[in-house]
Design a protein around this ligand. Structure first.
Ligand SMILES: [Fe+2]
Length: 291
């Protein structure tokens, strides 16, 4: 097909034909869909050159804001609901499997490996909270040896990587479940937070009058050979933002009560001289051959 004198649909068809020889079937399908949908979008909204230049500048700055401690492109995918759309397509195991939700932009490789019962907060501000977790298989038998990454914001609503003056990880750790499926750790009670507003994604939310707020949560990633990797959050019951999450990540089974306690002996035997919180949650993993 000639690439000369093309416009409108004939241009779209020529571009599609140019990719027709892509040897990989899936890549050919993906490229074709990208071309078809992008062209259709431009035609539908009668895209101006200034608007397209603005969009390219936006995407350029979004990429430039990414580093090993900040992922603005994931954040963009999250606020567009695309992250949850992809999760829905790839993780559709029915209950009792724990639902998946967004990975988010704040996971950092190489978190400290801590033993059960340790404090992952590392001095982060907030009220102490004992998290008592358990990992189970589909038949509700306990799963030991599960690698569990945990990360969360402090009560200022900030992750460690958002502080410029920290030289050690805070409020993130990697743990392992015991043979009885249990894992537990101390942290601080998470609070709602705005997603970062100082970059292109913040500009996007500002220009559209959208709230940047996310309901309070703790991130979990659970991995064990033979089971589907689970990336999820546990949300705090009663949070005011559970139905207006900026990244559309809340699923009802992920909401659990956090209980406040007076000073005394906590469930793990720790003597607490101040008030503290507890939270219990069970992660149920799907076998890796169900999808
Ligand atoms: Fe988060």
């Amino acid at each position: 097909m000639s690439t000369r004198n093309l416009e409108g649909d004939s241009l779209t068809q020529a571009v599609l034909a140019s990719f027709a020889g892509t040897p990989d079937d899936r890549l050919r399908q993906l490229l074709g869909a990208v071309v078809e949908h992008l062209h259709a979008l431009a035609v539908e909204v009668e895209l101006t050159e200034a608007e397209w230049a603005h969009a390219i500048d936006f995407l350029t700055r979004t990429g430039q804001m990414c580093s090993d401690q900040r992922q603005e492109l994931i954040l963009l995918s999250d606020v567009l609901g695309l992250s949850m759309q992809v999760i829905g397509l790839n993780h559709d195991s029915p209950p009792p499997v724990t639902p998946s939700t967004v990975f988010g932009p704040f996971f950092v490789e190489g978190a400290p490996q801590l033993a059960n019962g340790q404090d992952i907060a590392g001095g982060a501000p907030g009220e102490p909270c004992l998290v008592q977790g358990r990992v189970e298989a589909l038949d509700r038998t306990p799963l030991g040896g599960v690698t569990i990454d945990v990360w969360q914001a402090d009560d200022e609503g900030l992750y460690d990587v958002q502080y410029s003056d920290l030289d050690a990880p805070r409020d993130r750790a990697q743990l392992r479940s015991q043979d009885d499926g249990r894992f537990w750790f101390w942290t601080v009670k998470p609070e709602p937070y705005p997603i970062p507003e100082d970059g292109p994604v913040g500009e996007l939310l500002g220009a559209s009058g959208r709230s940047p707020m996310r309901p309070a949560h703790i991130h979990f990633m659970a991995r064990k050979a033979g089971y589907e990797e689970l990336v999820t959050h546990v949300f705090v019951a009663g949070d005011p933002y559970l139905d207006s999450d900026a990244v559309f990540g809340v699923r009802t089974p992920l909401i659990t009560p956090f209980e406040r306690h007076q000073p005394g002996t906590a469930a793990d035997g720790t003597e607490m001289s101040s008030t503290y919180w507890t939270m219990r949650y069970t992660l149920v993993l799907a076998p890796s051959d169900t999808n």
